[in-house]
Design a protein around this ligand. Sequence first.
Ligand SMILES: [Zn+2]
Length: 318
Amino acid sequence: MRRKCLIRPVALLFAAIALMVGYGTPVCAAGQSAESEPIEVVVTLPVLKDLAEHVGGPRVRVMSLMSGLESEHSYSPRPSDLVAVRKARVLFEVGLGLEVWVSSLVKNSGNSGLLVVTTSKGIALIRDHESASEAGPVPQDDHRAGNPHVWLDPENAKVMMRHITEALIKVDPAHAVDYRNNQAAYLRQLDQLQTELIERLRNVPDRRIVVHHPAWPYFARRFGLEVVGEIVRQAGAEPSAHHMQELIMAIRKNGVRVIASEPQLNQKIPEVLARETGARVVVLTPLPGGVAGTDTYLDMLRYNVTRLAEALEAAKPN
Ligand SMILES: [Zn+2]
């Protein structure tokens, strides 16, 4: 009891001194400039830019190496990317062998203080096809270890965002509260949209689709879609005549009505498939910014689900 009474006047005295010292001085110039200088962040994919900007707000300056118009598999870094990585404090990647070019970019940048964060860590992966067991043991960094398009499930995006938040707190612990609050506000929005979009598709009776490349297993699982075929197994590859013939037969036989194309890949093949089968093509984007009106992650999710639902509803039985 007595001790508490002693502490108070001392604390008051310190507060008074702090006030007197601070009062009238031009607000600590050095501290001020450090405060206003944002953390330089580099990300590989635009989806990570959006998430990092939501967490970091004005405290971060984020540059995405890819724009959303390139395929996430065939990107080759430009000299300006090297410059960006060189001056960055943090780099966020998806991982899972998606951005195979990142490690050499980081190495060549000579930026030893760079914090590289793999945002897919801890996400339960969906394996691609059956090839893993047939081909023997799969190296950890190989794409076949798990499908890398994890961000297309909002639940996975939440995990990725938590990695981003923790990394920013590590670099800038003074603003931990801001980062956590920003994250919480965004996750509330994401939750709300997720519920709304699941509801949107629930009422669509036929939810079977053929997709362009294997970008959609996480998305399909979350939103209750059934992927019955893929035009190519790998982005950038061309389907064989035999595979096309098989797909055409499968679409006709099962009466699949919608083919999901992607703006980053060759548009002609899905169109040929549609012409041959009477199915309808809908353009979905696995990356924010791939189509007008999809610049943010939330906009991209809303666009993909809405367009798909409309296409599935509008398509006539063939
Ligand atoms: Zn892909």
